[in-house]
Design a protein around this ligand. Structure first.
Ligand SMILES: Cc1ncc(COP(=O)(O)O)c(C=O)c1O
Length: 344
């Protein structure tokens, strides 16, 4: 079955819909089977505080940790229930035309469409580089992912910032930036009045179920984004996790993991290429975009063998021959490769 990418419901299709229990999961880009032991212990200790409302002091501590991690001021930090909440807030900026750079994560488009914001898709052709992207001058909101899901392309920060225009807000989704050693091309540390950076703690820390992320932007933009937000927007455990994951030891651990991902990715890319798949490169993120004839059938056959990969055709600009595969360790990759060798 092919999903028409004009089908708005398809924009709500994410990898988790393909990763049923019992399947070997290459569909969701979360690292590992849950948060590390030290983080679990901290969260478990936090259970004792659940009788109280989340405190202002805990909220501030978490914001301070984020600010220190990125060299920003506390008033430039907005804590979020995952990067996804940041996308849900974008209509509050009251854009008159939002440009979405595709192929990319589809949640921002879904959210903007829900709010009846006029949108335009800027669909990049392979190799999915930003240079020459035809963003209408009239777009007063532009959303771009860096590194981009699902292409795994990392755009130079200079090309990202070249999208700025007077009167425009530029939103950079850096959900996977912490999975790249050194976080090159990130603009999270730069204070600019018109740039919003969205970060997620979901992927690297395997915290998808807790909903943790944050936005970095000017105090004025953050104030506009929060209009109408519920009181106590984040729970105590979310605040604890955000603070913990932004402490220097955690950032260092994430960087170690990023280095491991880099090795695993290049090994995996070579092995996938050897099966006859076309692997899009250079890849930088903890996932690979691959193209294979009859991709839909390949995906179904993998599923029949207990392996979930993410379909590509719900991403505007991609088709059913595209698949996205999460970077995993050698044991899991062995299983995937031997299944592909049989299928292809
Ligand atoms: C590119 C990208 N950005 C943002 C998100 C949102 O992540 P979360 O809301 O879990 O922080 C995702 C989740 O899949 C993603 O792939």
């Amino acid at each position: 079955m092919t999903i028409e990418t004009d089908d708005v419901d398809a924009l709500r299709h994410h990898g988790d819909a393909e990763a049923a229990p019992g399947l070997l999961d290459f569909a969701v880009n979360v690292q590992g089977d849950g948060p590390p032991e030290w983080l679990r212990r901290r969260l478990a200790a936090g259970l004792a505080t659940l009788g109280s409302y989340p405190s202002e002091a805990a909220h501030l501590r978490a914001r301070e940790a984020v600010a220190a991690r990125h060299g920003r001021t506390v008033d430039e930090v907005l804590l979020l229930a995952g990067g996804a909440e940041g996308f849900a807030m974008l209509p509050k900026l009251e854009p008159t035309l939002a440009a979405l750079i595709h192929p990319s994560f589809t949640e921002p488009e879904w959210m903007l469409r829900q709010a009846r914001v006029p949108i335009t898709r800027v669909v990049l052709e392979p190799p999915y580089q930003l240079s020459g992207a035809a963003v209408p001058e009239s777009a007063d909101l532009v959303v771009v992912g860096n590194p981009t899901n699902p292409t795994s392309v990392l755009h130079p920060a200079s090309e990202i910032l070249a999208l700025r225009r007077p009167g425009r807000i530029l939103v950079v989704d850096e959900a996977f930036s912490d999975a790249i050693p050194g976080e090159p091309e990130s603009v999270a540390g730069k204070s600019m009045p018109d740039v919003v950076v969205l970060r997620s703690l979901t992927k690297t820390w395997a915290l998808a179920g807790l909903r943790c992320g944050y936005a970095l932007a000017s105090p004025d933009v953050l104030r506009r984004l929060q209009v109408g937000r519920a009181h106590w927007p984040l729970g105590s455990l979310q605040l604890e996790a955000i603070e913990a994951c932004c402490e220097p030891a955690a950032v260092a651990a994430a960087q170690e993991r990023a280095a491991r991902i880099e090795e695993q990715r290049s090994e995996m890319a070579a092995r996938l290429t050897a099966t006859g798949m076309n692997v899009h490169g250079p890849a930088t993120a903890p996932f690979l975009l691959v193209e294979v004839p009859d991709g839909d059938a390949v995906r179904s056959r993998l599923r029949a063998r207990g392996i979930a990969v993410r379909r590509g055709d719900t991403f505007p600009g991609l088709g059913s021959d595209h698949l996205r595969v999460a970077v995993r360790g050698r044991t899991e990759t062995d299983v995937l490769i031997s299944a592909l060798e049989e299928i292809l």
